[in-house]
Design a protein around this ligand. Structure first.
Ligand code: ZN
Length: 141
């Protein structure tokens, strides 16, 4: 088994469904950062068969609940001094503002306004744009 304790301080995103790690990696812009990051793909997992893991040797200020869009069984481990100090699963966020509205007539597509999507159905992961009420179903980032 791979040891998550191979980093001293940061976080480990574990139990990512196979093939989804790369999407999260890009979504978090980890290909552009200056600290150590690792994307491990196709790691054997007892529970899942295969999984991806991301290790980040830095603090991430961003709310990672959005990762529940991919899978709510993803585990986020917070590491300090080489030990896991906190472990949690991302919860479906009530509000999302890290994604863009796909409606070309939406005011957020025309003007540079911070958009916001509000959760309208937790089960189907449907969100509604605050500005144009376009409904989007999120199952991938
Ligand atoms: Zn919109």
């Amino acid at each position: 088994m791979l040891k998550v304790t191979s980093i001293d301080k940061g976080l480990v995103i574990d139990h990512i469904p196979q093939g989804e790690g790369i999407k999260i990696f890009h979504f978090l812009n980890l290909d552009k950062v200056k600290y150590r990051v690792a994307l491990l793909m196709n790691v054997p997992s007892e529970k899942m068969g295969w999984k991806d893991i991301i290790k980040i040797e830095n603090e991430i200020s961003m709310n990672l609940d959005i990762l529940s869009i991919i899978n709510d069984k993803i585990t986020i481990n917070i590491i300090e001094a080489g030990k896991i100090i906190k472990k949690y699963h991302p919860a479906i966020p009530k509000v999302i503002n890290q994604i863009k509205c796909k409606n070309p007539r939406c005011v957020t597509s025309v003007e540079n306004i911070q958009n916001q999507f509000n959760l309208i159905n937790k089960k189907t992961k449907e969100y509604s744009c605050q500005y144009c009420e376009e409904i989007i179903k999120l199952n991938t980032l």
